[in-house]
Design a protein around this ligand. Structure first.
Ligand code: BG6
Length: 463
């Protein structure tokens, strides 16, 4: 075998509550539930989160599918808007607690390690309306209350916890680039949200480490989407532009998560630009003292940056693009079915960066995968999807990861996005990612060729 991975390697996949469960029996609405209710046409084919992949009703069958494709660990999330009866009083919906208890038990019964995430873009809309959502520090406190409830209820069974999935996407989607409700464009607020999310993560980590979960051998991390920023050229101006993009997009969460401090090169620029967040010495001390036990890293594509060639358009206020322009590299290899650049080398670069700049903290690939629009056209006469392109994509990324592990990067697992095709926010079911396909007309699920491939990889611990 050419690529053998370390013992006990996680071969798994990731999904989230709002993208898989459906809204059955939910009392509160998330910002996405609300957005779909008021503007369904904003979603691809007008498909919303109401049914998703029906995990709420089908979880026993779905987890059996996950087992069938060889997954030994799976990440999903507990929905804040499902679990809590009252966000402020900290009371719980008994039916929701029972649902998550049964889901976790089913994972364990099937020998699949559940990795539980507390936030996957699903802020309760009431907390946006009442407090301004992640702009507000009250919401930080309410999130800690929710997290503590989760630890209390499920800490006995779940050993691996995640505070946030892709917090940068919350700031970008809600406050910069208009792909998450409330679709505001406000760079200053985006910076405050970045800070508040870091603070919320640190406070949840603090609560976790004080809880019985830590004493029972539990650990807690964060899942960050890293898009390594590569400069167009070795010219000083391009390098400077890429360095700012790297700081803003990646290090604004990576450094506080693992080092407990924000990169000074970032805070200097934000201060100079008048958009630095409000912080207090007490909060900064909490961030300093409460770093993660492990890291999850989502990698899909790199970011190519160049120095600004056109004057920055000030009409929408401050944006990070004041300091760089995105650059389309001529000849870049693109995923023809999703439009993202395919660059497996970046997974090696990330792994080495974690080894050298983040104290070689234990980490895993928490998402990687290939989105394919119109994947039904690859269904063959025997009724299953022949996704060889996905198998090739995974092999190439895993080969780069393998090289970095051989060179000492402390990576303990690989999760693909996603086990079962799931609902993906504004893109709904446009881009399919799963090992298992879903027919939306009847909720029939079928294993794709990549699922059978993954089963072998997992059984052999390599390929
Ligand atoms: C990841 C998110 O970044 O991308 C997921 O964590 C999301 O929630 C996935 O579904 C795929 O996104 P898209 O837009 O290609 O469907």
């Amino acid at each position: 075998m050419q690529y053998k991975f370390p013992d006990n390697f996680w071969w798994g996949a990731a999904t989230s509550g709002p993208q898989s469960e459906g809204r059955f029996h939910k009392v509160h609405k998330s910002v996405f539930d609300h957005w779909y209710d008021i503007e369904p046409e904003a979603f691809f084919d007008r498909v919303g989160p109401n049914v998703a992949s029906n995990f709420y009703n089908d979880y026993v069958q779905d987890i059996a599918f996950m087992k069938e494709v060889g997954l030994n660990s799976v990440r999903t999330s507990i929905q804040w808007t499902r679990l809590m009866k009252d966000f402020e009083a900290g009371t719980v919906e008994p039916e929701a607690a029972e649902f998550y208890r049964k889901v976790i038990e089913e994972f364990l019964r099937q020998g699949i390690r559940p990795v539980i995430n507390l936030h996957h873009f699903d802020l309760p809309v009431e907390l946006y309306e009442k407090y301004g959502g992640w702009e507000s520090k009250e919401v930080v406190e309410l999130f800690v209350i929710f997290a503590q409830k989760c630890f209390e209820l499920f800490g006995g069974q779940v050993k691996d916890w995640i505070t946030f999935n892709e917090p940068m996407v919350v700031a970008e989607g809600e406050y910069l680039y208009q792909f998450h409700y409330p679709n505001v464009v406000d760079g200053k607020k985006a910076c405050q949200v970045i800070y508040n999310l870091n603070l919320a993560s640190a406070k949840v980590i603090e609560a976790f480490h004080r809880s019985s979960c830590a004493k029972q051998g539990g650990r807690i991390g964060i899942v960050l989407n890293l898009t390594p920023a590569y400069p167009r050229s070795q010219d000083e101006a391009d390098i400077k532009a890429a360095a700012f993009a790297e700081d803003f997009k990646n290090n604004a969460f990576l450094y506080p998560a693992v080092k407990g401090v924000f990169p000074q090169s970032l805070t200097d620029v934000l201060k100079e630009d008048g958009v630095l967040w409000d912080s207090t010495p007490e909060e900064l001390a909490i961030i300093k003292e409460n770093t993660v036990d492990f890291l999850g890293i989502n990698y899909y594509h790199p970011f190519r940056a160049k120095a600004r060639e056109n004057a920055f358009d000030e009409s929408r206020g401050w944006l990070p693009e004041k300091h760089f322009e995105e650059y389309e590299m001529p000849g870049a290899r693109m995923n023809p079915y999703r439009g993202w650049e395919i660059y497996p080398q970046a997974i090696y670069d990330i792994a080495i960066e974690v080894r050298d700049k983040c104290g070689n903290i234990p980490w895993y690939v928490a998402e990687n995968g290939m989105g394919v629009e119109g994947e039904e056209k690859f269904r063959n006469r025997d009724g299953y999807i022949e996704d060889d392109y996905r198998i090739d994509f995974l092999k190439e990324h895993l080969a780069c990861l393998h090289k970095a592990i051989a060179e000492g990067s402390n990576c303990f697992g690989f999760h693909m996005w996603t086990p079962i095709d799931c609902w993906s926010w504004k893109n709904a079911y446009k881009n399919r990612y799963g090992f298992i396909a879903v027919d939306l007309s009847n909720q029939q699920k079928t294993i794709k060729k990549s699922g059978y491939w993954m089963k072998e990889v997992s059984q052999n611990n390599g390929f």
